[in-house]
Design a protein around this ligand. Structure first.
Ligand code: GTP
Ligand code: MG
Length: 370
């Protein structure tokens, strides 16, 4: 890429090939017109001949299409915090969100087990908070990891009768890896065999020392079922969010992350998206991995139609060419033709990768390999 042929260099400098070849020869380089020379050699020759060489900046379609400019501080406005609820299977994550929203999703789920990420918004003291529910089943590691990656705060649910279990530990690790603060909710304290002190003891073993024991971790004792301690948990959540001073710029093209996606029999590919910056609008062209299309319909978590969704708003959209991969970033873009071109390019890259799974060994990486 940083090379140019002798002939091309000559024509760009409006010199003859012979002049350039002669100059190279004078400096000990034997080269024909078609020979490629590197940047340093080219600039040396150019200077000798009274010209200046600049590196060509190659702009990829991706760079042309996707706006990744940083927001100016004056364009930023407060946005709702995004909170993920994580923990071991059956410790009460969905029940907590039900209680917050006053509905009953948990009892309507197949076998009471969450199998996908649910995204909701609730108003706490008049301010919106976005919640992501995650499954606690061990099979859903990647969903927990993803949940932690796109959020600002994690609520770690630990059932007081069960204590810290494998997916509790995994959730702690995901939150730590994502560098987000953890609020612990010790749930099911209404149960006869609840032992919140034992949970607190266990937490300290994972570096989560409760505030009441002189540490820094907020631990709220709650019962999602009996509605005990929920207000206190939400107040702590709101406080933590306030301290973070979360902001975004609603006045740019919408962008964010694919939370989950599936193929719906009637509606085709359907994706749950979390808008993280900008505003996504109905009719927007979006690109997510190798999926592209227009936002045909946009629904909020209650199934109500939306025409616009700003930062921190989760939406379900239809209109994409295929179900995008969960976790993929998405972008609203201005040029549909270019978006389709970029998708074709990405697909070709994927095919090439699949066809050549063996990594090439070069001198540079030889030692890393062994
Ligand atoms: P997964 O999504 O499968 O990981 O489970 P979950 O963490 O969402 O748990 P869910 O909310 O589905 O609750 C599991 C069971 O615990 C249900 O039978 C709830 O009724 C029960 N449960 C949840 N919270 C409480 C509570 O505070 N007290 C009591 N006694 N039971 C609770
Ligand atoms: Mg659940």
């Amino acid at each position: 890429p940083d090379e140019i042929s002798v002939g091309e260099l000559a024509s760009r400098m409006k010199k003859t090939g012979a002049e350039v070849v002669k100059c190279l020869m004078k400096n000990g380089v034997m080269a024909s017109l078609s020979q490629m020379i590197d940047f340093d050699t080219a600039s040396f020759v150019a200077e000798e001949l009274g010209c200046k060489v600049e590196k060509e900046v190659v702009v990829t379609i991706e760079e042309k299409l996707i706006d990744t400019t940083e927001d100016r501080p004056e364009d930023l406005v407060p946005r709702a915090p995004v909170v993920v609820v994580m923990g071991h299977v059956d410790h009460g994550k969905t029940s907590l969100l039900d209680t917050i929203r006053n509905t009953s999703v948990a009892s309507g789920e197949a076998g009471g087990i969450t199998q996908h990420i649910g995204a909701y918004q609730a108003q706490i003291n008049g301010k919106p908070i976005t919640f992501l529910d995650t499954p606690g089943h061990e099979a859903f590691t990647s969903m927990r990891a993803r949940g932690a990656m796109v959020t600002d705060i994690a609520i770690l649910m630990v059932a007081a009768d069960d204590g810290i279990m494998p997916q509790t530990v995994e959730s702690i690790n995901h939150a730590k890896a994502a560098n987000i603060p953890i609020i612990v909710a010790v749930n099911k304290i209404d149960k006869e065999n609840a032992n919140p002190d034992r949970v607190m003891q266990q937490l300290t073993e994972y570096g989560l020392v409760p505030e009441e024991w002189g540490g820094e971790t907020i631990v709220c004792k709650i019962s999602a079922k009996k509605h005990i301690g929920i207000e206190n948990l939400l107040e702590n959540l709101a406080l933590l969010a306030e301290v973070q001073e979360l902001k975004a710029n609603p006045n740019r093209a919408g962008q964010g992350t694919v939370i989950e996606a599936r193929l719906d029999k009637g509606r085709g590919p359907v994706a749950t998206l979390l808008v993280q910056n900008g505003t996504l609008k109905q009719g927007d062209i979006i690109i997510a991995g190798t999926s592209v299309g227009r936002v045909r319909t946009m629904l909020d978590y209650r199934g109500n139609r939306l025409t616009e969704a700003g930062p921190s708003v989760p939406v379900e959209i239809a209109g994409l060419s295929e179900a995008p991969v969960a976790g993929a970033p998405f972008f609203a873009v201005a040029d549909e033709r270019m978006a389709r071109e970029l998708v074709e390019q990405r697909k070709a890259e994927e095919r090439a990768k699949a066809a050549a799974p063996v990594q090439k060994v070069s001198l540079e990486n030889l030692f890393d390999q062994i």
